[in-house]
Design a protein around this ligand. Structure first.
Ligand SMILES: *[C@@H]1O[C@H](CO)[C@@H](O)[C@H](O)[C@H]1NC(C)=O
Length: 210
């Protein structure tokens, strides 16, 4: 069983090319975002860490895979749940899940344990992984005990990626999802945002130019 899973993981790893983009900035984003088909916005629900780049991806017809966090929530509302790949725990569950973990009730998915072992094996380089891996150990404390519930969300993430694979093989479906992401993202225009700030926060009115 373990051997089969490891081989599967290796296949996934070497079939996917991982590229690190150095000095990421707006100019790079202008080229990268319109060229993307799937973008991951996978912060723990309730952390408000999925910000505005997800809006830019969706606007450019890139489909999102993500948790119910930050702007993912609004994007999913706008583009429709069938055009967004959702996974993971929801914000209202997080405190309870951390409590369960503190009580030693969390049972890790064996596939997650295997990924941890795989990283520790040094396949990505001979770095010191103690801090990274240590954050997933123990049952309590900020920065420990898998505070961000990566292990908890992992099985749901894998299942969701399987849905992504299936949808990607259906070119018509994927194209439709992509177009609907662009077509439904007008809410995220800066015009709308600034208008709302002017009205609700700054309390200023537009000036009509002659
Ligand atoms: C982004 O970085 C590149 C070089 O790394 C630079 O040429 C470009 O002007 C930068 N763009 C912005 C918008 O700062």
């Amino acid at each position: 069983m373990t051997i089969v899973l490891t081989v599967k993981l290796l296949r996934i790893l070497f079939a996917v090319q991982v590229v690190f983009v150095p000095d990421y900035n707006v100019s790079v984003a202008e080229a990268l975002i319109p060229a993307s088909e799937l973008s991951q916005h996978i912060s723990t629900a309730g952390m408000e860490a999925s910000g505005t780049s997800n809006m830019k991806f969706a606007m450019n017809g890139c489909i999102l895979i993500g948790t119910l966090d930050g702007a993912n929530v609004e994007i999913r509302e706008e583009v429709g749940e069938e055009n967004f790949f959702l996974f993971g725990a929801e914000a209202h569950e997080i405190a309870g899940l951390r409590k369960e973990r503190a009580q030693g009730k969390f049972v890790p998915d064996p596939r997650f344990e295997e990924v941890k072992q795989f990283v520790r094996s040094g396949v990505f380089g001979t770095y010191n992984y103690d801090e990274l891996m240590g954050s997933l150990e123990g049952n309590e404390g900020y920065g420990r005990a898998d505070y961000f519930l990566v292990g908890k969300d992992f099985p749901s993430y894998i299942e969701c990626q399987e849905k992504v694979d299936k949808a990607y093989r259906d070119q018509k479906l994927w194209t439709r999802m992509s177009i609907l992401n662009t077509a439904s993202s007008s809410k995220f225009s800066s015009d709308r945002t600034i208008h709302e700030y002017a009205k609700d926060i700054w309390d200023i009115s537009p000036v009509v130019l002659p």
